[in-house]
Unconditional design. Structure first.
Lengths: 206, 206
């Protein structure tokens, strides 16, 4: 792609560094900014810089937070003995949206993935094991994605905390609510039959 | 979507102002920036701000340019009598990529579209008519998209320049090179038969 302006080229190149944004999309976005008032670009640039420079992570759960402890960890009404292990802060947001969980989180910051060069040392696993060691946690809920990497990470953590004898659970896998059985994949359908629950229990969540 | 941080929320909100970027995509992009070194965000923000503040448009054709006249208009080898009218600078880039055009461009900055509140006054039509009035232009090539808006814009400009008696042409519409006839839409196929060209002419472009 040949540009008639270095400034434009530079902006497009930087924009296309973002994941899923190719050169063409970057050009479209940049030309959009050119059509908008100058303040909009200024506000976008300021918001990004300010966020990147001042962002803070919760000292307890590694969730993004503007304060030392995030709102969840600082909330006395929430049960700190129950810890849900998630991959990233989007998962925290997703689970919070359900309003079904009143415990704390622990954000790992990724999954063990040797293919991408991510080992256990790159994730917040040590701090999780330390937390378990204190004896203040009664249950650890694994809520990682059910991929090879997610399973590996679950197992790695499980092995580390096994000696401390706490309850470990994993979120239920099964057919999505509202889905037709005939279109479900075999593995999911198989698991949902294997891990069936008493009908009375299911009535409670209606 | 509830955010645990105002800084994050602000960055996501600004990012999601961009066309085609929803809140979820914006969050993904912003979290990506958080995982990258701080310089990357700084460079992106600086590139955008610098571009928006210092961008310049060619005084002759309204193409984006770092100099008063763009490279195309400043090039003495190019034929200023031949002017190709396009919608935006992406079209200039697309035509330049073909290396088949040695004239000048005129970037309108959009199409007449009452539905979007874009009238002739919002486009660079007056400057085009002025250019035609000088008598230095021999042919005007319409290369707008063949939509209702594009056709309206073509016709509006045509009516304005009609008194000056210059040649006006429009780019050929037809079946794409390499396409199968059976899958072509009827309108395009119909036009390509109606506007057929001598076989000898087609041989020259091989």
């Amino acid at each position: 792609m040949e540009f008639s302006s270095k400034l434009l080229e530079n902006a497009v190149n930087e924009m296309s560094q973002l994941p899923g944004i190719g050169k063409r999309t970057a050009l479209r976005l940049v030309l959009h900014l050119l059509k908008q008032p100058q303040e909009q670009t200024g506000k976008l640039a300021a918001a990004l810089t300010k966020m990147r420079e001042n962002i803070n992570f919760c000292a307890n759960c590694h969730n993004i937070s503007d304060t030392a402890l995030c709102e969840i960890c600082a909330n006395p009404k929430r049960d700190g003995q129950l810890v849900c292990v998630v991959e990233d802060i989007r998962d925290v947001m997703a689970i919070e949206n359900t309003s079904q969980f009143r415990g704390h989180y622990h954000v790992l910051g990724g999954k063990i993935s040797p293919m991408d060069g991510i080992g256990p040392g790159d994730l917040a696993i040590t701090s999780l094991v330390e937390k378990v060691k204190t004896g203040n946690i009664s249950e650890l809920i694994f809520a990682l994605s059910s991929t090879m990497e997610g399973d590996t990470t679950n197992f790695y953590i499980y092995k580390q905390i096994e000696p401390f004898n706490i309850t470990t659970t994993t979120i239920a896998r099964g057919i999505s609510v509202g889905d037709e059985l005939e279109y479900a994949d075999e593995v999911t359908l198989g698991r949902s039959i294997l891990h069936r629950i008493p009908f009375e229990t299911s009535l409670k969540s209606l």
